[in-house]
Ligand binder design. Sequence first.
Ligand SMILES: Cc1ncc(COP(=O)(O)O)c(C=O)c1O
Length: 359
Amino acid sequence: MARPTKAHIDLDALRHNYSLACQLAPGAQSIAVIKANAYGHGAIECGKALESMAPALAVACIEEAMELRSAGVNKPILLLEGPFSPEEISVAEQHNFWLMLSNQKQVDWIAEAQCQQPLTVWLKADSGMHRLGFQGEAFGRAYQQLRQLPHVHDEIVLASHFAAADEVDNGFTRQQIANFRDMIPDQSAPISLSNSAGVLAWQDSHGQWNRPGYMLYGNTPLDQQHSNAEPLQPVMQLVSEVIAIHQVPKGDSVGYGCSWTAERDSVIATVAIGYGDGYPRQAPSGTPVLINGQTAPLAGRVSMDMITVDVTDIGSVTIGDPVELWGRNVCVNQIAQLCGTIGYELLTRMPLRTPRIYS
Ligand SMILES: Cc1ncc(COP(=O)(O)O)c(C=O)c1O
């Protein structure tokens, strides 16, 4: 008998969502972004599930890439933050890691590297987000410098990243696309701009290469409904079970800090999941929890290992009844919004304590 708290990971849904990203941008090659442990879903399992479909995978750093290689994932892996030291360049060469270069220091390390075979590099422009990337004419100069290096692959992908593509009515994305086009030093070079929001909502941003991440896990990054996002299938279902039922008389309080008080005689179900399992402590009373397929409101504070739910209105609930915290029925974006964050954070910070069950 094991604790019933689990994250079911549906790898067919992951593949379905990846296919959707490809269908929405038929002219692009879609790199599957699986950084941060595949947004909490398990990088090795997700990498293996996608490796036969995707031309390459992307992670943030070499440690994440090495974890995949050690597990036998053989596809090229793009390091989105590029090398953090010159030593990483020889490791990248050895393991076929592609390097996104965002500053002159990284370009100089490449220039000085002793390589036996050509390195694949991407070059990042700051088109308005002002976080990473070359600004203004420095972008073109870095490109020319790299083009002259015999140990750098001729084809250098020119990339940038969006600040607000999730906001469908925000014209800043159009501005970034225009800024980027003005910066391009070589019209024949392949480009890469689109994250998930770009793939879903900004067709103009589709390049020879796209970099979808969040959408692969089956949730939309967009701030409004969009027909392109409708076919997405949530990959993670966070589940647990009811482990206790308490009758709470009107006027009594529930949980830490006595923050929720019964306004009527109530039935409270205790569920074996808490912030130690990745369910956010910020979730306020009223947050929807699915018990036996019916929605009931969270009542009182989230503890480390448990939550309490007001099941007064959903008929008979007994110990052992199934609970979904998020998944196909309860949207992780909705829970995140109630907690003042985004689904990305809730998924990514899912702790190792919560077993991932793959199917
Ligand atoms: C450079 C870069 N490209 C692509 C992505 C994927 O973005 P998303 O998960 O919104 O699709 C990220 C994620 O933050 C990123 O940093």
